[in-house]
Write a protein of this length. Structure first.
Length: 562
């Protein structure tokens, strides 16, 4: 669960810290106080996209950090798969900053991670439910996701999707081989011409570099040969050459060594130098003879380099690219020339895999139909509690083997009739904003034990409701908080009354700047805040008394439920 949140320099927030408990936490405050900024900051921690214009005016960087205490072993296992280590208490610290130049960095437990990784991990930590989630209910294509979550179809859906991927790969391969005869002949002609051109050149991997080195050597052979000849003259062939000087020196030392044994070591060393000089001279002579300019060889190399350079220009930039092009072209030619046989084999494989896919789709469909019946009962029960007793709800699952998607062969849609005597219709045609809020809350409550997420955040779940319906929503949120941490941004006193922790978000202004602050309310402060929500500016003692009674009655109601 979320333990604490630290925010710096986001919009009108300069610096705030919030400590979260288990249970049902509400955030209230006047319109524009900064409640949405708080949600934006949490989304920033979850890896959502952020823009530099959220940075507080005249600041260079915005910063958010959150501390989580992870109790769910499955989430700990998932974190381990991402390479994220936690201590024995399951402590997880996420930090993210955004600079004025638009650059964003993130860390988990002090280790840098990509924003993409942060987003993947964030999905398992917090679920933020806002108005856009209600609107998602209006799109029937999102309904299959809710049903699969309720049915716990992740294993069989993944099995189906693996087969679905295999079939798409087979179809893609067949399509790539399906060319008309005119295009086929044209493509074969091009490929054969390219293959013949490369094969006839007999290209070898290291040939080009070796030829270039030899070519450059021959270009400079006259100059190099003359310089090596000069060295040869100095060593052995010229007047006063080193070889003769060393020979004479060696003779002198040898004559001395007859009278002094100590000279023997010098004699041996000098003799070695003399012998090495003679050997070096022979090697230089041979090398000089080898690099002497050969016009025929030079012309042959030049012609060969011309051939290779033309090939490099077409298929390069390296010899390895030419050889790779030859290999790929040969494969393409084989595929086209033998395409009929390959297509026949692929189609046979496709037919087999399609039958396998249909069987997996049937398993998925049955699971959805079975789960849908239970989901209907659960959601209707929830909606009745939320003062929608006349509602009829149904999960419509229609299968069509001609409509194959990554989610199966099913068209899943939630249908609803709000009033007695009405036909079941799509939500987009029937439900109002307040009804959508309660339907979504019902789904969230039914699905709460189906996922691993420990923290749920509801941003204005009270939209379009009031009075008794609002109280029922509050009771559901409080009940949900017994096994999930639930945070709600609300404008209704009926919902705030059921909180186990209540924060007030408010603005303060000095002569220069505006600041958003947050404070946890005690019992008396909660009474005052709820009275403000109910009556606005003029808060009478009777309104305060009503607010106090709401708080007392809320606790009594929850105690009686237990």
């Amino acid at each position: 669960m979320l333990q604490s949140l630290h925010i710096e320099n986001i919009a009108v927030i300069e610096k705030i810290d919030i400590e979260f408990d288990k249970g049902f936490i509400v955030l209230t405050g006047e319109t524009g106080a900064g409640k949405s900024i708080l949600i934006d900051s949490i989304n920033m921690i979850l890896g959502e996209r952020v823009f530099k214009d959220i940075i507080r005016a005249d600041c260079q960087k915005a910063f958010v950090s959150a501390v989580f205490n992870i109790e769910n072993p499955n989430i700990l296992l998932m974190l381990d798969e991402f390479g994220v280590e936690t201590d024995d208490d399951g402590m997880l610290i996420i930090q993210r900053d955004l600079t004025i130049d638009g650059k964003s960095t993130a860390k988990i437990n002090g280790r840098p991670v990509t924003v993409g990784t942060l987003k993947e991990i964030g999905k398992f930590l917090i679920n933020v439910h806002g108005q856009h989630d209600n609107h998602a209910l209006l799109d029937w294509r999102s309904h299959v996701k809710y049903l699969d979550l309720f049915a716990k179809n992740d294993i069989i859906l993944n099995d189906y999707q693996n087969s679905y991927k295999k079939i798409n790969e087979l179809k893609s391969e067949i399509n790539s081989l399906n060319v008309d005869e005119k295009d086929k002949e044209y493509r074969i002609g091009i490929l054969k011409k390219q293959i013949d051109e490369i094969k006839s050149a007999n290209v070898e991997q290291d040939e080009y570099e070796n030829l270039r080195k030899r070519y450059k050597l021959l270009q400079k052979s006259e100059k190099i040969s003359a310089e090596i000849n000069d060295v040869y003259e100095l060593l052995i062939n010229g007047e006063d050459n080193a070889n003769d000087l060393l020979y004479n020196a060696n003779n002198i030392l040898s004559s001395i060594s007859a009278d002094m044994d100590e000279i023997d070591n010098f004699t041996v060393r000098l003799n070695n130098i003399y012998l090495e000089t003679a050997a070096l001279s022979d090697d230089l002579r041979d090398f000089k003879n080898n690099i002497e300019f050969d016009a025929d060889e030079f012309e042959e190399i030049e012609e060969r380099l011309d051939i290779l350079n033309r090939l490099l220009k077409k298929y390069g930039p390296d010899i390895s690219d030419i050889l790779k092009f030859l290999e790929d072209s040969q494969k393409q030619l084989d595929n086209i020339e033998f395409s009929d046989e390959k297509i026949a084999a692929l189609k046979k494989n496709l037919s087999t895999e399609t039958e396998i896919l249909k069987k997996k789709a049937d398993i998925l469909t049955k699971s959805r139909i079975d789960a849908g019946k239970i989901l209907v009962q659960r959601v209707v029960s929830e909606l009745k509690f939320l003062d929608m007793s006349a509602v009829r709800f149904n999960v419509d699952v229609v299968s069509d083997y001609n409509e194959m998607t990554s989610d199966g062969f099913d068209r899943v849609e939630f249908l609803i009739a709000v009033n007695v005597g009405e036909e079941l219709k799509s939500m987009a045609k029937t439900a109002s904003g307040g009804e959508l809020s309660r339907i979504m809350l019902s789904l969230k409550n039914v699905l709460a034990d189906k996922d691993e997420i420990e923290t749920l955040i509801f941003d204005e779940v009270d939209t379009g409701v009031s009075g008794r319906a609002a109280q029922k929503i509050a009771i559901k949120l409080r009940q949900m908080s017994e096994y999930k941490q639930v945070v709600s941004v609300t404008h209704l006193a009926q919902i705030a009354a059921y909180a186990t922790q209540h924060y007030l978000i408010y603005k303060e202004t000095d002569d220069k700047r505006t600041y958003t602050n947050i404070t946890q309310l005690n019992q008396e402060q909660r009474v005052n805040e709820m009275a403000r929500i109910m009556s606005g500016i003029d808060i009478t003692e009777s309104v305060r008394q009503t607010a106090n009674e709401m708080l007392i009655n809320a606790e009594k109601y929850m105690e009686n439920l237990i």
